[in-house]
Ligand binder design. Structure first.
Ligand SMILES: [Zn+2]
Length: 339
């Protein structure tokens, strides 16, 4: 975010020239997007934040030569193409700048045809907003961050804003991962899987690496995070084993995040609950290890042995918990039953 702010605000200098030479300049405010699958570089990752950055940014109009009249956010809190869609459809130059829609001190907006009756409301409304808008042709256009009058970017405000958006739009079940007693590497793996970032074959495809996509476990469906960890018959078998032990009925949700959240909804005593929360991660990890054995070593474990491995892993990890003494595996399985 900070680099996009600097890119838009700073006068031409060496680092901007280097970035422009490598990625190409799109306009005064950003570079072109690099979609090539090869090559790494900080700017490629910075580019991924561009949409989030421009969501928060509007433009202060100076001479109006660098801001798009219809497509940038400068007059209202959304671009004019969204607030006045009928007019945008008949605009002569959809990519024109603010300056090119002015003639001296007068607004001169050009359309491909005469306006119809049903478009008069929009044009009236647009001119009403424009007539109050001050134009200072002596200064260059600049960026404005957020809603405050100062409009200056700060990393802290940006961080807080992103956290607020995440909480409002996509509550993340972080406690169900990071508050468990699982080994750190299993927590990290689970977090990656829930973010749909595990290197399954469909995710390779998103990185423009094309491989034949066939699930290593069932050899029938294509491999995706949701299929491998939830809907593949081998995965479903593991889930069913635990629901049978626990004596509950549970429908496997569509996605991993939904599965972890719904798995956490049952209320039970504290000891079982701590173990219970580890089961999804345990299943994901066992399936991933088995999937990699089949993929890279050509060896496979029969389903019944995979179930045993999964139980043994859960047993060994649950003993990390101070509330659970070391107990034999069979007693441990019996102790899980909530029926
Ligand atoms: Zn499968």
């Amino acid at each position: 975010m900070k680099w996009w702010w600097r890119y838009g605000q700073e006068t031409p200098n060496l680092w901007k020239e280097v970035v422009n030479a490598k990625y190409g300049k799109l306009d005064n405010w950003c570079t072109k997007k690099n979609t090539a699958p090869h090559g790494v570089g900080p700017w490629k990752y910075i580019n991924n934040m561009k949409d989030d950055f421009f969501q928060e940014v509007s433009f202060r109009i100076g001479n109006g030569t660098s801001v798009k009249f219809w497509k940038d956010k400068w007059l209202l809190n959304i671009p004019l193409k969204d607030s006045h869609p009928r007019l945008f459809l008949i605009a002569t130059e959809p990519d024109s700048t603010v300056a090119s829609n002015r003639d001296g001190n007068i607004w001169d907006i050009r359309f491909r045809r005469n306006l119809q009756d049903w478009e008069l409301g929009e044009i009236f409304d647009l001119f009403k907003s424009l007539e109050r808008f001050p134009v200072n042709s002596q200064t260059p256009d600049s960026l404005k961050w957020g809603e405050s009058s100062k409009g200056v970017f700060s990393v802290k405000a940006s961080y807080n804003r992103m956290n607020t958006i995440d909480v409002l739009t996509d509550p993340w079940p972080w406690k169900l991962i990071w508050k468990t007693k699982l080994p750190t590497k299993i927590k990290c793996f689970t977090w990656t899987a829930l973010k749909n970032a595990t290197l399954t074959l469909d995710n390779f495809k998103k990185k423009k690496i094309h491989l034949v996509n066939r699930c290593y476990m069932c050899q029938k469906e294509s491999e995706s995070v949701n299929h491998l960890f939830l809907h593949c018959p081998v995965a479903a078998d593991l889930w069913h084993m635990f629901t049978a032990i626990l004596g509950i009925s549970w429908t496997i949700p569509y996605c991993l995040k939904g599965a972890v959240e719904s798995w956490s909804l049952w209320k039970m005593n504290e000891t079982i609950n701590k173990i219970w929360q580890m089961i999804p991660a345990c299943i994901f990890w066992c399936l991933w290890i088995e999937r990699n054995s089949r993929c890279f070593d050509g060896t496979s474990t029969p389903n019944c042995s995979l179930k045993s491995k999964c139980l043994v892993n859960l047993f060994s990890w649950s003993n990390l918990s101070p509330v659970n003494d070391v107990i034999p595996l069979l007693d441990f399985i019996g102790s899980l039953s909530v029926a």
